[in-house]
Design a protein around this ligand. Structure first.
Ligand code: CO8
Length: 259
């Protein structure tokens, strides 16, 4: 899958890792409707391509991941179109979150507003040392509209989420790490560290990774424990489970088939 999209660069390597780069550098990769449409198509293409085993999302350049929704476009919204655009973005980000392959955000600079919301929809976030994150929508007379109120609360807790959303202040990488907004700060290249973490995930049982994403996705819902038991049981009937346990007992590395 090496599709071309006007505002995105998509590349899949021989390890099955797809790198999706938001590519609108003159506007710090801000998400206008064109970018959102491309993102929607790219996520659908990735979901349909079995040879893609992991996804890394980043932004062009070393200044910004994504500096937010496009403020010029936002300024033209009214009550009805505002709701529509919010629902459309929410649905695209939810699709990313529900992909059954691991998704890592390589946050290489500003991740603000919709950009921070995009990073939060990914399963794991790795920040560059110069990353700056925040939800400054209140400074525009808005609130986050691409799932940010929900995901930030889940990640950092209610009090910190309300503090960050109501002040709209930006946080640097070290505070983002301390708050639980990012998983780690890259020592050197954020892309290299994202790639390294993705490679270590892809060495594990592929079915187990898929079911881990599904089970964690069910966390907090009423049937989370049932879902976990059911997904656990399914794995116990898999070839990957037999191979993983046999390899351990035979003191060798497993060779998973994904079946
Ligand atoms: N939208 C549009 N253009 C942008 C955006 C943006 N979010 N961010 C930066 N740009 C543009 C600038 O206008 C500038 O363009 P130009 O060169 O044509 O003037 C170019 O990118 C470079 O930016 P700056 O010159 O401002 O660069 P600085 O290094 O001086 O500043 C900042 C960098 C601090 C990141 C600054 O650009 C900034 O504050 N940007 C806006 C950040 C922001 O408020 N983001 C949140 C937007 S609101 C949002 O995301 C809502 C999401 C929910 C939507 C729900 C849908 C209904």
């Amino acid at each position: 899958m090496n599709q071309s999209y006007d505002t995105l660069l998509a590349k899949v390597d021989e390890a099955g890792i797809c790198t999706l780069t938001i590519n609108r550098p003159d506007k710090l990769n801000a998400l206008n409707q064109k970018v959102l449409n491309d993102l929607q198509n790219a996520v659908q293409d990735i979901a349909e391509h079995e040879e893609v085993d992991g996804l890394i999302i980043t932004g062009t350049g070393d200044k910004a991941f994504v500096a937010g929704a496009d403020i010029k476009e936002l300024s033209e919204l009214d009550t009805e179109t505002g709701r529509e655009v919010s629902e459309k973005g929410q649905s695209i980000f939810q699709h990313i979150e529900e992909l059954d392959i691991p998704v890592i955000a390589a946050v290489n600079g500003y991740a603000l507003g919709g950009g921070c919301e995009l990073a939060m929809a990914c399963h794991i976030r790795i920040a560059s040392k110069n990353a700056v994150m925040g939800l400054p929508e209140v400074s525009l007379g808005l609130i986050p509209g691409y799932g940010g109120t929900q995901r930030l609360t889940a990640l950092v807790g209610r009090a910190k989420a309300l503090e960050l959303i109501m002040t709209g202040r930006f946080v640097k990488a070290d505070e983002a790490l301390q708050a639980g907004l990012v998983n780690k700060i890259a020592e050197d290249s954020v892309m290299d560290e994202a790639y390294e973490m993705m490679s270590s995930i892809l060495k594990q049982g592929p079915l187990a990774i898929r079911n881990a994403i599904r089970a964690v996705e069910a966390a907090g819902s009423k049937n989370g424990y049932n879902e976990e038991a059911s997904l656990f049981g399914d794995l116990c009937g898999s070839d990957d489970f037999k191979e993983g346990t046999t390899a351990f007992l035979e003191k060798r590395k497993p060779d998973f088939s994904g079946k």
